[in-house]
Design a protein around this ligand. Structure first.
Ligand SMILES: Nc1ncnc2c1ncn2[C@@H]1O[C@H](COP(=O)(O)OP(=O)(O)OP(=O)(O)O)[C@@H](O)[C@H]1O
Ligand SMILES: [Mg+2]
Length: 291
């Protein structure tokens, strides 16, 4: 996924020392998280259950006002009250696709559902129609315009949710474990849609607890119990996992990382050139032939 993100891009949303406390919770869901999302980049967010991924997503998308810290949109500070215009601008700039597509359906037909967002932006009728149409076609739902959303398959429902978000023309889209309820085929298709939106210039925040999905992305952010554990390219993180320097509880390393760790423990000096299955197999092969 090398490409647009390789160029230095302007900050879209900058979070500074963000803290979120849910009422009655023993510890903060986010604890001093500082993070910048740049225009057009791809970030995969990893973390165990309860590490704060969804909370982070909701802060990024302007759906949750943090208890502490600052948010900047295009470099400009956003006031922290629900009614602020800054928060409304943040919601327009960053769309969010949730885990459960059912939760996002608001209208009785596919077309009306996609049109709902642009209608709320107060756009001209022609513009609403154009955006709705483009988003439906883009998500391959052309044949379902007049269908009831409830009758769509899981994958189609999720594409409907994405079409609704795209019709708002956000600069970034957060996918919060959006593929986790889909079968493998629909999941691959969803990843394809995400890549295509990224190639079209949109920033993508891809939240997953499956590290396998994040092995060849340009940037990963890892949360551990509400704190930022890692922010950078995946390779050093996988190396640290294989070397046992870090072991975030609840986050299962990909099998090839565990394989390298196990073989090293047995005395085989496995040094993969890249942290992905094929390169690991090659490195295992090398270390065995030298043994
Ligand atoms: N509405 C809420 N009220 C109280 N506590 C909450 C609420 N939502 C989340 N939490 C708590 O905040 C922490 C972070 O939750 P969050 O949903 O952000 O984690 P997550 O990484 O998205 O988890 P998962 O992988 O299960 O989706 C958890 O300890 C969770 O129990
Ligand atoms: Mg979550």
């Amino acid at each position: 996924m090398a490409g647009p993100e390789a160029r230095a891009a302007a900050p879209l949303v900058a979070l500074e020392a963000i803290t979120v406390r849910y009422p009655g919770a023993a510890r903060p869901a986010l604890d001093g998280v500082t993070l910048t999302l740049r225009a057009g980049e791809w970030v995969s967010v990893l973390g165990a259950n309860g590490s704060g991924k969804t909370t982070l997503a909701r802060v990024l998308a302007g759906l949750l006002v943090p208890d502490g810290g600052e948010i900047r949109l295009f470099g400009e500070r956003i006031a922290a009250d629900q009614a602020s215009t800054g928060l409304r601008r943040l919601r327009r700039a960053v769309g969010m696709v949730f885990q459960n597509p059912e939760a996002q359906i608001v209208a009785a037909t596919v077309e009306d559902d996609v049109a709902f967002g642009p209608e709320n932006l107060g756009l001209a009728a022609r513009e609403i129609e154009a955006r709705t149409d483009a988003a439906i076609v883009r998500m391959g739902l052309d044949g379902h315009r007049h269908d009831e959303p409830a009758r769509l398959s899981g994958g189609e429902k999720q594409r409907l949710a994405i079409a609704g978000v795209l019709a708002m023309e956000p600069r970034a889209v957060v996918f919060d474990e959006a593929s986790s309820m889909l079968d493998p085929r629909a999941r691959r298709r969803l990843m394809g849609e995400m890549r295509r939106e990224h190639a079209a210039g949109r920033a993508i925040v891809h939240i997953t607890h499956d590290m396998e999905e994040a092995r060849d992305v340009p940037r990963i952010v890892v949360l551990d119990r509400g704190r930022l554990l890692y922010d950078g390219t995946p390779a050093p993180f996988f190396e640290a996992l294989a070397a046992g320097r870090i072991s975030p509880p609840g986050l299962l390393p990909p099998f090839w990382v565990r394989l390298v760790a196990a073989l090293r423990a047995e005395g085989f000096p496995v040094e993969p050139e890249r942290w992905e299955a094929e390169a690991v197999v090659e490195a295992v092969w090398r270390s065995f032939s030298n043994a």
